[in-house]
Design a protein around this ligand. Structure first.
Ligand SMILES: Cc1cc2nc3c(=O)[nH]c(=O)nc-3n(C[C@H](O)[C@H](O)[C@H](O)COP(=O)(O)O)c2cc1C
Length: 267
């Protein structure tokens, strides 16, 4: 996969293409849709977003219409204009290993519309953590590889085994790339209330840098770096440790023009 420019819009924050109203497609290498799961998900109850200067904690909980509804919309041509304007990455997940396979099976006939499929294995806002059982994970990775011919990316986090060991497994199973990292489990205290969510934004940068560095030294996988990228310097640092592309997430809420600025530096 070659992305020109090497800039990806992160899953979740970019919704289903909404930021194309604010960013010219020529500055976007690929646009990741929000994660689609097997069953529809209402997501978590509010509060869903806690914003501070250095980080955001979100507890969206993968709200989405489910794969069958998504396919209906695909068939109705809902996303045709989007496909014409920019390369799209399909992001998917499930509540258990079987559901990942079911989404892949349902989406296989439509895979040629997308530049890649990103398998979200690391959402911190749901109860299932596929990265904590590497034996079953390996079976899942092999099975998904057999079901899909497309460029396959595993979105990994740091909560499971060491990320480089999981990435080696991803490579062994014939996958093409990884996105590093996802948000990490965090807690916000509001008076007597404990609010759980996934943390993102600038605070993630050193953690994501380490993950990219470790995975680059152990694998030849295509790496999309994700975590706190909010300036040209951040992007440069991630390319320095071996990222092939950078993903722009939380900063989009504050300043979507960063995409254009990074694109102009790294085209
Ligand atoms: C509000 C919100 C929703 C998100 N939803 C998803 C999602 O649906 N799927 C996914 O793989 N990652 C999701 N993420 C994680 C981002 O794609 C990204 O990996 C993470 O926020 C780290 O990058 P950042 O610090 O640049 O935001 C979400 C993040 C936020 C803040």
């Amino acid at each position: 996969m070659e992305l020109k420019p090497p800039i990806v819009i992160a899953s979740g924050i970019g919704g289903m293409g909404e930021y194309l109203k604010l960013i010219e497609p020529k500055f976007i290498g690929a646009y990741t849709l929000k994660t689609i799961t097997f069953k529809p998900k209402k997501g978590n109850p509010p509060p869903r977003l806690i914003a501070t200067e250095n980080y955001l904690i979100n507890s969206i909980g993968l709200e989405n219409p489910g794969v069958e509804n998504f396919i209906e919309q695909l068939k109705l041509g809902q996303y045709d204009e989007l496909f014409e304007r920019v390369k799209i990455i399909f992001s998917f997940a499930g509540d258990n290993f079987e559901e990942y396979e079911q989404v892949a099976e349902k989406m296989a006939p439509f895979q040629n519309k997308f530049i890649a499929f990103e398998c979200n294995l690391s959402c911190p806002n749901v109860h299932f953590n596929p990265l904590s059982d590497l034996t079953t994970l390996k079976k899942l990775l092999s099975s998904l590889r057999r079901k899909l011919d497309i460029f396959l990316i595993a979105k990994l986090g740091i909560e499971g085994a060491f990320v480089e060991n999981i990435a080696k497994l991803v490579e062994l199973c014939g996958w093409d790339g990884v996105t590093l990292i996802n948000t990490i489990r965090a807690l916000h205290i509001d008076g007597e209330r404990f609010i759980k969510g996934g943390i993102s934004g600038p605070i993630l940068k050193p953690i994501a840098l380490r993950a990219v560095h470790e995975v680059r030294s152990k694998t030849k996988l295509y790496i999309i770096a994700s975590g706190g990228i909010a300036s040209e310097k951040d992007a440069e640092d991630f390319f320095k440790v071996g990222a092939n592309a950078v993903s722009i997430g939380t900063i989009l809420y504050k300043d979507p023009s960063i995409v254009e600025r990074i694109a102009k530096n790294f085209s």
